[in-house]
Design a protein around this ligand. Structure first.
Ligand SMILES: [Zn+2]
Length: 500
């Protein structure tokens, strides 16, 4: 069969595929247990592909759809999504398959609470309404039907909490997208006592793969270099990268599952690879069912990983208004995507991160949120572009800034901030006054009612950092009160509403 004939018979096949598309089953991975019609077709034609096998790079364009709530909140970070695509590149490198972001259209933000946390009906609607042809569409949501991710309706859908740099979810779902079944294919949703020899068929009358390899090309996942695996729930691997769970094949041969396969259910840290036959199938899938993805034969220039993004301002401990300031940097050659972070310490890292935003085709960002006042903070910028989604450079220029309340009317307001919560508060319940200071000082706290009568009077000792002060409301009737903190530096006022 010629390549053209192959593509022709596939066109017919794709029509069949859309008719057969079944709702996936919820699990760690929600992808349907079915073998796709394409893989059934490939099983009977793979010898023709083996003859045409090449090592040419195949590049796959990706657009990331980041879904937030109706209010436009809780979008997954674009930089983390870019890093997830980078992680796919590492896993797919032995297959000579590379992913890049679609130039000019790398990311789309969607605000829809019903898709942000969805059941399969919502996921179907999301994909139907947003899928872009001729590229891999990756959707990131908070809850994809209870799973870590799924591959369905010519898209992959990923859970944000399963999309970190330590996760293999994206590569696993992309494997499904390019036709791969689970290594334990057929066993999905089957309860089994592994102390028993396996039956000869499982699930929807699927052949169970045997250790002697006698049926490896027609049983399980159809691949002979992925040995039997019957484990359909998440499992940990041992030091040999194998399952602790022993299984017994229909010939009573016992074995452990190989944890290194990305298409298994081994924990993410165990997984690292696709088998050679899996790679052949994915490449064949790309050349036929997903041939429209193949649009470039080379990537354009990326970002030089040794280049530092030059920061313009603020640097050198410049003082900024703590809740409204701008970060500016110089453009880096070829860069289009910049990830900006502000941290409490120059060590950076997620634990001390106060601000994190990834911008596209911009070289400044406005911080218009309440970031810590009276603090020395550190910021840096990392650069990417659509062709180059990996940037391992940790030698980045660090800018130092100081936050102040420049608009304060007195010195105390300048050096101290106070947050009051909850407000309103129910009488009898304590409210919390969180005072942040950069120096040690004494002050007086007064609570005054609407008629100016002092209800509470207290001496305060304020230390550098956060000071959490309980405001007792036992003695207060419902009404409006003024909380004042005062010393020789000035006065700070907060309004407290006490309800019944
Ligand atoms: Zn899966």
């Amino acid at each position: 069969m010629s390549f053209k004939q192959i593509i022709l018979s596939l066109t017919l096949l794709c029509t069949a595929l859309s008719l057969r598309a079944q709702q996936p089953a919820a699990n760690w991975c929600g992808t349907s247990a079915d073998i796709t019609p394409w893989l059934e077709w490939y099983r009977d034609h793979r010898h023709e592909f083996v003859q045409m096998r090449s090592d040419d790079m195949i590049y796959v364009p990706v657009t990331i759809h980041i879904v937030g709530t109706d209010e436009g909140l809780n979008h997954f970070s674009l930089e983390k999504a870019v890093q997830a695509v980078c992680g796919m590149n590492e896993h797919f490198a032995p297959a000579n398959i590379g992913f890049y972001l679609f130039p000019g259209d790398p990311v789309r933000y969607i605000n829809n609470t019903e898709w942000f946390e969805h059941q399969y009906s919502g996921g179907a609607q999301m994909i139907q309404d947003n899928n872009i042809p001729d590229r891999l569409n990756a959707y990131i949501v908070s809850d994809p039907a209870g799973a870590c991710g799924y591959s369905w309706m010519n898209a992959i859908v990923l859970k944000s909490a399963c999309s970190g740099t330590d996760n293999t979810t994206w590569s696993h779902e992309a494997g499904h997208h390019f036709s791969l079944p689970h290594t334990f294919s057929g066993w999905e949703n089957t309860d089994w006592n592994y102390a028993q020899p396996a039956p000869s068929t499982v699930g929807d009358n699927r052949l169970v793969e045997r250790m002697d390899g006698s049926n490896c090309d027609i049983a399980g996942d159809f691949f002979c270099d992925t040995p039997p695996d019957y484990l359909n729930d998440r499992w940990q691997c041992d030091d040999n990268q194998e399952s602790n769970q022993l299984q017994i094949d229909p010939d009573s041969v016992s074995f452990r599952s190989d944890a290194s396969f990305l298409m298994s259910y081994a924990s993410d840290y165990c997984q690292s690879r696709f088998s050679l036959e899996q790679i052949d199938a994915m490449r064949a899938n790309l050349e036929t069912q997903h041939a429209s993805y193949i649009q470039v034969t080379d990537l354009e220039a990326g970002v030089d990983d040794n280049l530092q993004v030059q920061l313009v301002s603020p640097i050198d401990s410049h003082i900024v208004q703590y809740n409204n300031f701008e970060l500016v940097w110089n453009p880096v050659p070829h860069a289009t995507i910049y990830a900006v972070e502000i941290c409490l310490y120059p060590s950076f890292g997620e634990q001390v991160r106060l601000f994190y935003k990834t911008v596209y085709n911009e070289t400044s960002v406005t911080v218009a949120q309440n970031i810590l006042n009276n603090r020395t903070l550190y910021w840096r910028v990392r650069a990417y572009n659509e062709w180059d989604v990996c940037n391992p450079n940790d030698n980045l220029q660090v800018g130092i800034l100081k936050t102040r309340n420049i608009s304060a009317t007195n010195e105390l307001e300048r050096v101290v901030t106070a947050e009051l919560s909850p407000n309103p508060v129910v009488a009898g319940m304590p409210a919390l006054l969180n005072v942040t200071s950069d120096e040690t000082m004494n002050a007086k706290l007064h609570i005054t009612d609407a008629s100016g009568r002092i209800c509470v009077q207290q001496e305060l000792r304020i230390y550098p950092g956060e000071n959490k002060l309980d405001i007792e409301t036992n003695q207060l009737q419902a009404g409006v009160y003024i909380i004042s903190v005062q010393n020789d530096k000035g006065l700070l006022l907060k309004r407290l509403v006490v309800t019944e």
